[in-house]
Design a binder for this molecule. Structure first.
Ligand code: GLN
Length: 501
């Protein structure tokens, strides 16, 4: 059965539901995230928390890493217990509660709010993303285009977030910005409920439900873990246990990486995969490696590029000073503008029977992203002389990085959904979202290692990222020749051919 529904820009109507829900969710996520480091480092008089920059960037890295790390259990919960639709709904509610708590001005509510956003996003993000792919049958070639459109929604949401929360923070204070994030998520939930019927059966039930006893036991474990987390949080807030965020962040990068490999390996060993499924997941593994490296470089945006914009860029044009946070929104603005061209490019190429593989496109994205660091190398060298540099450097870098992102990121989401066995769709999207987690934490560590006293530290870091990124990209490129045919193997679980059934 092929779903002929093409009511949303030529895509299935269910995409409308997922597009707008994720748009509002990302509005709240990026809107809040844009304020995070500023809020933590601002003095008490300015309404901040007066935390040191080193601790604040570590907490920022841990938060963004944890948000994506929780996609792993979140994906599992959808596959075995809730199904994608309910996971998205409850996830969104928890996120909204998190932002409401964040809007209350107190230290305790700040941390509790962040924990809620982490838990909610883990439940929502991988599952809403996996449902996009489930709108298509395995031979529907609108899938890539659907993910490109969905990815535009992500970035439209980000743009709204950056501007709204940034504006509110400056005119009314941080907590109004956090409150706006809650309103954004609420709008997303309302539109989700209203348009949910468009999803038809997609994600209505868990694809591989546990037995009733198994489900009961799992819920018991989940509740126990949450209770443990609550006790730990209270103990940390009361100062009974002390946490050094910098040390925790250093170890978390290693822990995430080990978990990624162990989880992937265990799917191979215990996932009862057929030979073809193994090959398809082998091809996906290559995309995961490229994705991790990509985000480790790309996510300098929120850390070292942000500082570069604030401290080393001449932001004064006549009477106007460009706000620091505006630079980050360049990525989303370029993305939304360039997406239609990329969508047309892939369609055009496929009409000429040129269909670059997922592996090839991700290698290309990684190499393009790494090349952007040559620009940053020269920019930071110019800045090392003591003079502030023109804003065009960052504009150029964000442009190049966005081109790289368009080759890799929406394409990779499509790859996950296409290459995963349907019964593991949520879980594998969770594993993939873990590549964001690893990338984000590594990016934070790289930026955290910068020494403000040493002007050569920045060019050195950027040169290293360039060399490393291009090298890994070249290896992925070569390996993609081998995984290319694996990507083409047909899925074995025939259910793949019944979207919405
Ligand atoms: N901007 C993308 C999203 O929010 C990717 C984020 C990331 O850090 N990988 O989905």
């Amino acid at each position: 059965i092929v779903d002929k529904d093409a009511s949303f820009f030529g895509q299935p109507g269910g995409l409308q539901t997922l597009f707008f829900t994720e748009m509002w969710e990302r509005m709240s996520y990026y809107g809040m995230r844009a304020l995070l480091v500023l809020f933590m480092t601002a003095s008490l008089q300015e309404g901040g928390l007066a935390i040191t920059v080193a601790s604040a960037t570590a907490i920022y890295g841990l938060y963004t890493g944890a948000v994506y790390f929780m996609g792993l259990p979140g994906g599992w919960i959808a596959d075995r217990l809730l199904g994608g639709q309910r996971a998205t709904w409850y996830g969104g509610i928890i996120i909204m509660l998190g932002h409401i708590v964040l809007a209350i001005p107190s230290v305790a509510s700040f941390y509790i709010g962040m924990i809620l956003v982490v838990l909610g996003t883990g439940l929502l993000k991988p599952n809403i993303t996996a449902m996009v792919g489930q709108l298509y049958s395995s031979n529907d070639d609108r899938r890539d285009g659907g993910y490109t459109l969905y990815y535009m929604g992500i970035n439209i949401g980000s743009i709204i977030g950056y501007f709204v929360t940034g504006y509110l923070q400056e005119s009314a204070g941080y907590h109004w910005g956090f409150g706006a994030a809650a309103v954004g998520m609420a709008l997303g939930l309302i539109q989700y409920k209203i348009t949910q019927p468009k999803l038809k059966g997609v994600g209505a039930e868990p694809p591989k439900p546990l037995s009733p006893q198994g489900a009961k036991r799992s819920w018991g474990i989940i509740v126990a873990l949450l209770a443990g987390l609550a006790v730990f949080t209270v103990a940390a807030l009361k100062g009974i246990v002390t946490i050094n965020p910098v040390i925790v962040a250093e170890n978390v990068a290693i822990v995430f990486t080990v978990i990624f490999f162990v989880y992937y390996l265990s799917i191979f060993l215990f996932g009862k995969l057929t030979k073809d499924e193994m090959k398809r997941l082998g091809a996906l593994f290559l995309v995961c490696i490229a994705s991790t490296m990509f985000w480790a470089g790309f996510e300098q945006a929120g850390s070292s590029f942000n500082l570069f914009a604030r401290d080393l860029t001449d932001r004064v044009i006549g009477d106007f000073t460009i706000p620091t946070t505006w630079f980050q929104s360049l990525n989303s603005i370029f993305l939304v503008t360039l997406s239609p061209f990329f969508a047309a490019l892939w369609i055009n190429l496929s009409k000429r029977m040129i269909n670059p593989s997922y592996g090839f496109k991700s290698a290309l994205g990684l190499i393009i992203m790494a090349t952007g660091f040559i620009v940053m190398f020269f920019a930071s060298q110019a800045a090392a002389s003591g003079l502030k540099v023109a804003p065009y450097w960052l504009v150029a870098v964000y442009f190049i990085h966005t081109v790289g992102e368009l080759c890799l990121s929406p394409v990779a989401l499509s790859a996950v959904s296409k290459l995963s066995p349907k019964r593991m769709a949520g879980q594998l999207m969770g594993v993939f979202v873990l590549t964001y987690a690893m990338g984000n934490v590594i990016a934070g560590l790289l930026a955290g290692g910068l020494d403000p006293e040493n002007p050569q530290a920045m060019p050195e870091l950027y040169w290293t990222i360039f060399v490393f990124g291009v090298s890994v990209g070249a290896v992925v490129f070569v390996l993609a020749f081998f995984t290319r045919k694996w990507e083409k193997l047909a899925p074995d679980d025939g259910e793949d051919d019944h979207p919405g059934a």
